[in-house]
Design a protein around this ligand. Structure first.
Ligand code: SAM
Length: 276
């Protein structure tokens, strides 16, 4: 049976989550939050929301807060999500960046998938890179994939995917880069070796530098504008000059930062770092 939770206490949980990871539940999303809290109260055996609040606010033990964050984050993802964006990345952006590097005799390529969920996005990027780069074995390719949810990171690292997760992927890539495994598909080591998974909270972690490209798709849609602006400015500092940022197809940056120029690709857009 669902417990009727007190609104003022739900709002306190909302604030703890917001301070911990930037996720913001606006009025319309509060019933979802309330459901999730109810689920967690039942699982944890703590029946009283006041007591639960003390547990998630504890500075000494962050484990319950981490479990709650795993429960409230939206992790939906799949291979080759937003095809037209992926096609433009593969056919336009990657050749532009790598041709420039070849001319400078530079064979390092650094990409970050921020908010990578269960790994479909960074593995898709690795597939695109291998499919695009001639003589990829002479390149030093690093794809950093980060997320705040420890649960999705564990699954990403395992690299086993359902039929549904791979159905948007061109058939030839499925044959080439996966091994069938009990009705699922296991990503091959030839792709896995390029992707490094790490825990990272976009709202409080130090960001690594010198990326050529950052993907942060469908992550900041759950954040408030101030949080988005802060992260976008830190992405700016993390990108090399002229580097590209890819956001989800409906996400825009106007009014949040002046550090990027919107580039129209075939049926999608990317944001290029410009000098300030
Ligand atoms: C909907 S998934 C997007 C996955 C992938 N980027 C895509 O577009 O298919 C959003 C991911 O962002 C992660 N996330 C949410 N808040 C975060 C934060 N503060 N720091 C890092 N990752 C976060 C969630 O855990 C979730 O896995």
């Amino acid at each position: 049976m669902m417990q009727q939770l007190e609104q003022s206490q739900i709002l306190k949980v909302r604030d703890v989550i917001f301070r911990a990871c930037g996720l913001w539940f606006n009025e319309s999303k509060l019933p979802i939050l309330s459901n999730r809290i109810n689920t967690r109260l039942k699982e944890s055996g703590i029946s009283d929301l006041g007591k639960y609040l003390l547990v998630i606010a504890s500075e000494d033990d962050r484990s319950e807060l981490s479990t709650l964050i795993n429960l409230v984050t939206t992790n939906e993802t799949y291979f080759y999500r937003s095809n037209s964006q992926m096609d433009s990345f593969r056919k336009i952006i990657l050749p532009e960046i790598t041709d420039k590097k070849v001319a400078q005799n530079n064979r390092n390529l650094n990409i970050w998938s921020a908010g990578c969920s269960t790994g479909e996005e960074p593995y898709t990027l690795a597939i695109c890179v291998l499919e695009t780069l001639k003589f990829h074995s002479i390149w030093d390719i690093e794809i950093l994939a980060t997320d705040i949810s420890t649960e999705v990171l564990a699954r990403a690292f395992q690299g086993i995917y359902s039929k549904r997760s791979v159905e948007n992927l061109p058939e030839e890539y499925l044959q080439k880069y996966f091994t069938p495994s009990d009705g699922n598909y296991a990503i091959r080591e030839s792709i896995k070796k390029y992707v490094e998974f790490e825990y990272s909270n976009l709202t409080d972690s130090y960001f690594q530098k010198d990326f050529d490209i950052i993907f942060c798709r469908n992550v900041m849609i759950y954040f408030r504008d101030e949080t988005k602006a802060d992260i976008l400015n830190r992405f700016y500092d993390s990108l090399k000059d002229g580097g590209y940022l890819f956001l989800g197809p409906t996400e825009m940056i106007r009014g949040l930062t002046d550090g990027f120029k919107m580039i129209t690709l075939k049926d999608s857009v990317a944001f290029q770092k410009v000098p300030r």
